[in-house]
Structure formats: C-alpha cells, structure tokens
Design a protein around this ligand. Structure first.
Ligand SMILES: Cc1cc2nc3c(=O)[nH]c(=O)nc-3n(C[C@H](O)[C@H](O)[C@H](O)COP(=O)(O)OP(=O)(O)OC[C@H]3O[C@@H](n4cnc5c(N)ncnc54)[C@H](O)[C@@H]3O)c2cc1C
Length: 511
C-alpha cells in the first residue's frame, strides 16, 4: 500500500449515496474526501418525492428483498432522525374486488416486513370525513410510510460524516482519475470552485454520481453498465388549496400508474411521472405533457377542487438513476436495484433509493475494503450519534420566515457552516424557501443581501449576478408551464443554457 496518500477513500458525488459512503467510511476510521461538482444534494437527492418508504409498488413487482430492506431502513431513519423523518399516513384508493384482495394481502406483507400493524380499510363514507372531496367510491386501504426533506437529509448525513473527520468539498469536480502502472486507481485530478485544479492521491475511490455515472465512466474511460435515466416531475401547491391531512394515492385513469398527493412542510406535493430522459447532462424540468398529466390526476381524484395551472406554486423534476434491464420495459416497470461494481480501486455505486442509502453505502464500502486499511468497529451502533436534530440550537434563532419554519438564524448558520456558493444553494437546498414560498423568497432577497455579502465576501456585482441566476433557475427549472407561469417573473437573459455560468470573480466553476 502507498503510505503517501492524501486520503484513504475518495468519494465522487455529494448526493445521498456519496454522503452515505462518506459517513460509512469515516465512522469506521478511514480518512475520507468527498467532492461534489455542483452543490451538495443538487441532483436527484433534492428532487425526489421525499418519501422514506418501503415502496408498495415494488412489492407488487415481486421485489420483496428491496421492499424488506427499505422498510427496515424506514424504521431505522424514523428512530434515529425523528426531527427529519416523520411518519406519514397513506390512503390508497381501492379498485375492484380482485385488486382489493391482492392489495390487502400486499399490505399484510408490508406490515409484517416492517414489524408493525398500520393497515386498515376505510369505506367511502369514512373517507368523506378523513379526506373530504376525494373521489374514491370503492373506499381506500390505509397504511403508513414516512417523509423527509431530502436535501436536508443529505446535508445531515454529510454533517455527521464531517464530525467523523470527512473532508467535504462542494463545487469541486472530478476531471480525471489517475492510475498506477498496474491500472489501479490511485488518485484524481479535481477542479475546485474557483476553477483551480488540484490532485489528490487515494487508495480507492467510490463514484456515486447517480444518473451521471455513464458520463463519468466515459470521461475516465471505463466500461459502466447501462443506466436508464428516468425523469420524475412534481407539482407543488399551497396546502390551503387542497388541505389534506394525510397522503392519498390512486391510479391515474389514463395509464393506471400510481400517483399521489401529500402534505409536506405546509405545501402539497403531487407526483409523479416516469419518463425517459436519455441525456443526464440536460437539466431536467417538467414538460407541458407531464404537468397536464398530474393536473388531470388531481382533477380525477378531486373533481370539485378545480385545480389548474394557475394554482401551482412551483414544480421540479429529477432523474432517477435506474439500471437498464435492456428489455424495453415501460419506465415504471424497471426495477430500482442498486449497482455496486468494483474493479482496480474503483467502486461504481448507483441505482437504489434515498431510503436505502445506508445499506448501499455499506455495500460500496465492503466492495472497496480490499484496497483500504482495516475498518474499525464504529464507536456507536447508531449512525447519527447526535440524534435527530437536523440543525444546531444557534440555527433556530429569530422569527420564522414566511409562515415556514425557516428562521434568519438558520440562514446565517448555513452561510457560515454549509459551504454555500450560490444564492440557489441557500434558497433551494439549505432551506427550501424557494420551493415552499417562491414569492416570499423573492420578496426576501433584499433582506438577504447584507448577510450573504458579509458571510461570503460578495460585492454588489456578484450579488446582482446571484439574484439573476436564482430567478433564472426558478423560472427555468421550477416554473409552471404555460401562460399562467407564476413561480417567478421571467428574469432577464442569463449567460448560458441549462446551467448558469460561473459567477463574476470566479474562474470556470465545475457547475
Ligand atoms: C423523481 C424522483 C422521485 C424519487 N422519489 C424517491 C422517494 O420518494 N423515496 C426514495 O427513497 N427515493 C426516491 N427517489 C430515488 C432517490 O432520489 C435517488 O435514488 C437518490 O437521490 C440518488 O442519489 P445519488 O446520490 O445516487 O444521486 P444524486 O443525488 O443525483 O447525486 C449524484 C451527484 O454526483 C454529482 N456528480 C456528477 N458528476 C460528478 C463529477 N464528475 N464530480 C463530482 N461530482 C459529480 C452530481 O452533481 C450529483 O450531485 C426518487 C428519485 C427521483 C428522480
């Protein structure tokens, strides 16, 4: 082994998978360095449906192992992160007698795998009280799952990894891997946020770049298994527009796919779609057809609510890193398995789910173990020794902003401690103000100028660039399709394409 390495394990990608690997390795005594080319959690890990779930529909596909593992993980995360992962009661619209019997059987297994009893059945007369306005004439099955703030969960995992000594580098891209004479990966060429190149020597590396795994493999000359990036889009409404107290799920009349709506941090999430998105480097956004599909789903389930595009607050889309079965299946039929492939000091990790990041991380670490120093027994059985509080007490100072639970103290804390490089890092991922309250977040911008400038050393030109970049992102990536577009007024032109260009005063950034 090379004693002169800078780090034992290099982790590429700061989504939930990379964050999990960094934590798994750091708590077992390894020196870990993680690099993220854009912002922590800026990929699928902030654009998911935000469910911590077993996946009832995966059970229907026969994926019992995945469901059992996901349910165990759901229960673990509920136990260890009570402030961040919360139980969510679900009602699933019942179909005819045959489907009702098979769903009841599935829920019995779901409960057994989770070792709890949550299932039940509500006739339509009960639903009239519990979910007023829901058109579910055959009644609904009751069960429960859980929900989280996906970006905050990822940041919380990174925070925990850092307490174990992991080095985290935001806005730092892997550009190339270096290898020794035998072809073993022994380092990487990286590019930091100011465009500065640097080289890192490592014993092994894990590439956890989600849907970008194929891009990375091409970049470093590797054979990687075929991924099938699948875009999933969501609508977000103010909760008062359709005040649900629980999650509801039903089959879309058009294609029979399950769709859902549920209350999340004072808003209502409606999702989701499953569409091929062959070029993962093209930033995903909702299409007019997907928006119409989800609005149709709402009209079918809540006909009297009359929800239209003008009611929407914002939208988002993410890319599922799904392994391509090569069988030409419909997107929703592809299995959500995990990929762990190891060769010559490099582990490729992709697929899987937000919910299963811990077993994924453990599998990646096991695969990298032959090239690493012996792993120590972790000091605690719990993964989150600090408990479930996602933020320290000093972040909870000041008044709640815009009817959300975000406070000025959290903004100040994030600016100081969470490697914020752009305004959108702060408003879309450290806090979710931009999604939860787009108009309020925009009105708040003048109040954020001084804290951002003093914490991040931005001058007036940089501040104006950041505001323009943020508004452009809100419009391009989170806006509502059509003339009713409301999430943000259309800003002036931004420098280029899908990703805003680098900020004034910075070199070429990785983003
Ligand atoms: C629409 C949708 C809904 C979903 N819903 C759920 C759900 O409800 N529950 C659930 O459990 N799971 C859900 N998932 C799945 C889950 O979100 C993903 O499996 C998970 O977030 C993937 O995490 P990741 O870290 O592998 O990928 P990502 O979060 O995409 O992270 C990969 C990171 O690698 C970075 N990167 C890429 N190239 C480089 C490079 N060269 N150098 C450095 N960094 C690089 C990227 O910038 C990115 O941040 C959903 C996914 C989608 C898209």
């Amino acid at each position: 082994m090379n004693p002169t390495v800078d780090t034992d394990l290099l982790v590429i990608g700061g989504g939930i998978s990379g964050a999990g690997v960094a934590l798994a390795a750091a708590r077992r005594g390894l020196r870990v360095t993680l690099v993220e080319r854009e912002d922590f959690a800026s990929g699928a890990s902030s654009a998911s449906s935000k469910l911590v779930h077993g996946g009832l529909r995966y059970l229907a596909q026969g994926a019992v192992h995945l469901t059992a593992q996901s349910l165990r993980e759901r229960e673990r995360l509920l136990r260890e992160l009570p402030g961040l992962v919360q139980r969510l009661p679900f009602s699933l619209a019942a179909g005819g007698a045959a489907s009702r019997a098979s769903t009841a059987l599935g829920l019995r297994l779901y409960d057994a795998l989770a070792r709890r009893h949550a299932r039940g059945f509500d006739p339509a007369t009960t639903l009239a009280w519990t979910v007023p306005g829901w058109h579910a004439p055959q009644g609904a099955h009751r069960y429960d799952d859980a929900t989280t703030d996906d970006a905050r969960l990822t940041l919380r995992v990174l925070q925990e990894a850092r307490t174990w000594g992991a080095q985290l580098h935001n806005r730092t891209a892997l550009e190339a891997l270096t290898r020794d004479a035998q072809g073993h990966v022994n380092g990487a060429q990286l590019r930091g946020p100011g465009g500065q190149p640097w080289t890192l020597r490592c014993r092994a590396s894990v590439a956890a770049t989600g849907a970008h795994l194929t891009t990375l493999a091409d970049q470093v000359g590797l054979q990687a298994p075929q991924l099938r990036p699948l875009r999933g889009s969501h609508l977000l409404l103010p909760l008062w527009r359709l005040p649900l107290a629980r999650a509801v799920a039903w089959r879309h009349a058009r294609d029979g796919r399950p769709v859902f709506a549920y209350p999340w941090l004072g808003t209502l999430i409606v999702g989701t779609t499953d569409e091929d998105h062959p070029d993962p480097e093209r930033a995903p956004r909702i299409t007019a057809a997907e928006q119409a599909y989800l609005l149709d789903a709402l009209a079918q389930a809540f006909p009297r609510a009359g929800i239209q595009a003008c009611d929407l607050q914002c939208t988002w889309a993410g890319l599922r890193p799904v392994l391509d079965s090569g069988q030409g299946l419909a997107p929703s039929q592809e299995r959500r398995d995990t990929l762990v492939q190891a060769s010559q000091g490099l582990v490729l990790l992709s697929g899987g789910k937000l919910t299963t990041f811990i077993p994924m991380a453990e599998a990646a670490l096991r695969a990298a173990a032959p090239w690493l120093p012996p792993l120590r027994e972790p000091a605690h059985a719990a993964w989150f020794a600090g408990g479930g509080t996602p933020l320290p007490p000093e972040a909870l100072r000041g008044e709640c902003l815009g009817g959300t639970q975000t406070r000025m103290g959290e903004i100040a804390w994030s600016l100081q401690h969470e490697q914020v490089h752009h305004l959108d890092d702060l408003l879309l991922r450290r806090t979710r103000l931009g999604l939860r309250q787009p108009a309020f977040a925009q009105a708040l911008l003048p109040a954020l100028q001084t804290p951002c400038q003093s914490a991040l050393g931005w001058d007036g030109t940089r501040w104006r660039f950041e505001v323009e970049r943020y508004l452009a992102l809100m419009h391009e990536r989170h806006g509502v399709v059509g003339p009713e577009r409301r999430a943000a007024p259309k800003p002036g032109p931004i420098p280029s394409g899908d990703r805003p260009a680098h900020a004034p005063g910075e070199g070429r950034t990785a983003s």
